[in-house]
Design a protein around this ligand. Structure first.
Ligand SMILES: NC(=O)c1ccc[n+]([C@@H]2O[C@H](COP(=O)([O-])OP(=O)(O)OC[C@H]3O[C@@H](n4cnc5c(N)ncnc54)[C@H](OP(=O)(O)O)[C@@H]3O)[C@@H](O)[C@H]2O)c1
Length: 70
């Protein structure tokens, strides 16, 4: 299964891309900052990770959570 990582997918272009990739059978790893955004993405079938790109610790956390992903 092909995998895509979408950063900032709680709404707008990121959310719509997540919707379309899931519809086409891709494995979607999508990030959001809020509980609400994460819940919306999970309900749609995405795997979710919490990320605020403006926060260095949050970025470091993303790196180890994606360890081993292709
Ligand atoms: N060049 C062009 O023609 C063109 C056209 C359209 C859009 N754009 C650009 O494309 C981008 C997306 O557009 P959009 O309409 O989808 O915008 P949007 O509806 O405002 O969505 C922005 C997304 O980015 C997330 N985000 C914001 N700050 C973040 C942070 N610090 N860390 C992680 N995620 C963060 C938001 O999450 P939250 O829900 O947590 O805030 C949201 O999911 C924007 O930068 C826009 O300016 C360019």
């Amino acid at each position: 299964m092909r995998t895509v990582l979408l950063i900032g997918a709680s709404r707008g272009i990121g959310f719509e891309l997540a919707r379309q990739y899931i519809e086409e059978g891709w494995r979607v790893i999508a990030t959001a900052r809020s509980d609400e955004g994460l819940a919306k993405l999970k309900a749609m079938g995405a795997e979710t990770l919490r990320l605020d790109v403006a926060n260095p610790a949050s970025n470091s956390g993303l790196a180890w959570q994606l360890d081993g992903e292709k």
